[in-house]
Design a binder for this molecule. Structure first.
Ligand code: PMT
Length: 398
């Protein structure tokens, strides 16, 4: 899977840098095109001449080539790469990635990178265990970076513990798995709903909910990364899409979301409905701001919104797959199964507000997937980016 892939190999200053030479050799052997970026400290451990001989490309370390004044564009490099692997990543480089300290070519390229980033940390065991390092690792994960955990064994300091950079063969396998995974939705058209809907009461007020869109956006990114043509119909959210292959349609109300989904559904292979759609909307929307009255109460008449999932469920053909979500607070499984039947879903992703890791706005979710034919698959609490992988793997039977 690595053949022809553009890989940036970032090397920072640790003794494990000697392993990066072998990693580079393996990547080249697998057919990848590799651009090495090494930090100034990295050069103290291995020479650019060794690396450029293996990669067939000049090694980049500084912002400028001193004698010619040629400027190295971190932005172009960030766009060029299909994946970036930083191996070894020292505690210092990890800290700079977390806080965006762009004082060398490697970090500026990381900040400009549009591709998936992998980090293979290597450091002494106490540095690895330090709360600061662990905090930084968690932040990188939340930023979508994949951490290739260090192994345990005798370290350069002769201390024994966790901190050894993962072996190059295993790092290549991680990259290979990543690229093989990206192809498995190629040719599929996926429709995803995300975020809340806002049902206007007057020009300044609405009925809405707390959905941030994080869950649906994670699913959209995962599908696009795996080669699908994705249309993401989303309510008002403040997050951005990363993958340029996501066609984003912004809507406000449930009716708008429904109209877009109905128009798109005939040309869809898989629809995944993660949006928190308002079930009711005000019967009328006042054209001017409703004034505070002397009366102690007021009534807003609400009318039922269309049920998007049920509408698509009625339109669904045998070749299409419809996946809904169920956000529950009680009788979770029973309610989810009822929704599968009422809405003619193939799968439902159940998440419960009783789980502290699940729900609106969180970076994590804890789900159980239930199918029309009675399968029940529980998952541990994970980052929503990882939950998205589990959902896709499950529905395509991986
Ligand atoms: O956006 P985040 O902050 O990351 O939060 C994620 C989430 C909690 C919103 C998400 O994980 C989730 O559970 N989404 C579904 C929330 C919901 O509205 O569930 P529900 O049980 O009310 O609806 C069942 C299904 O019918 C859902 O697929 C929903 O999109 C769909 N529905 C509901 C009402 C309606 N009028 N039309 C619909 O299509």
């Amino acid at each position: 899977m690595l053949k022809g892939k553009h890989i940036i190999l970032g090397i920072s200053g640790g003794i494990a840098a000697y392993k990066s030479v072998y990693l580079l050799r393996l990547l080249i052997k697998a057919g990848a095109e590799v651009q090495v970026i090494i930090t100034p400290n990295g050069k103290e451990f291995i020479t650019p001449v060794t690396l450029s001989s293996l990669s067939g490309k000049p090694v980049i370390s500084e912002f400028f080539t001193a004698n010619t004044g040629e400027w190295h564009s971190h932005v172009d490099l960030g766009l060029w790469a299909d994946a970036m692997i930083i191996a070894p990543a020292t505690a210092s480089t990890i800290g700079k990635m977390v806080s965006g300290v762009a004082d060398n070519m490697l970090i500026t390229t990381y900040l400009s990178s549009k591709s998936k980033v992998f980090v293979a940390p290597a450091m002494d065991l106490d540095m690895w265990k330090h709360p600061s390092t662990q905090r930084n690792i968690e932040t990188l994960k939340a930023d979508g970076v994949s951490i290739i955990e260090p192994g345990a064994g005798e370290l350069a300091s002769h201390l024994v513990g966790k901190g050894r950079m993962e072996e190059p063969e295993n790092i290549v396998k991680v990259l290979d798995d990543y690229f093989s995974q990206t192809e498995d939705l190629k040719g599929k058209k996926v429709l995803i709903t995300a975020g809340p809907t806002y049902e206007n009461i007057d020009p300044v007020r609405f009925i809405g909910n707390y959905s941030s869109g994080k869950m649906g956006f994670a699913i959209a990114e995962e599908c696009a990364n795996r080669g699908a043509e994705v249309t993401l119909v989303c309510g008002p959210v403040s997050i951005k899409t990363e993958n340029p292959n996501i066609n984003r349609v912004d809507v406000v109300s449930a009716k708008e979301m429904c109209n877009n989904c109905v128009n798109l559904f005939a040309d869809t292979d898989i629809a995944i409905l993660s949006a928190a759609v308002a079930d009711y909307a005000p019967a009328t929307c006042s054209e001017s701001k409703i004034k505070r009255e002397k009366t102690d109460s007021m009534t807003i008449e609400l009318v039922k919104n269309p049920d998007i999932a049920a509408t698509l469920g009625k339109m669904k053909s045998d070749s299409q797959m419809l996946v809904g979500f169920a956000l529950e607070t009680d009788n979770e499984k029973e309610n989810a199964i009822r929704k599968i039947n009422n809405k003619n879903l193939d799968w439902i992703v159940l998440n419960s507000l009783k789980d502290k890791e699940a729900g609106f706005q969180k970076d994590t979710n804890k789900i159980t997937m239930l199918s029309r034919i009675g399968q029940e698959i529980p998952f541990d609490a994970k980052l929503k980016t990882e939950v998205a992988k589990d959902i896709i793997d499950t529905i395509i039977g991986k």
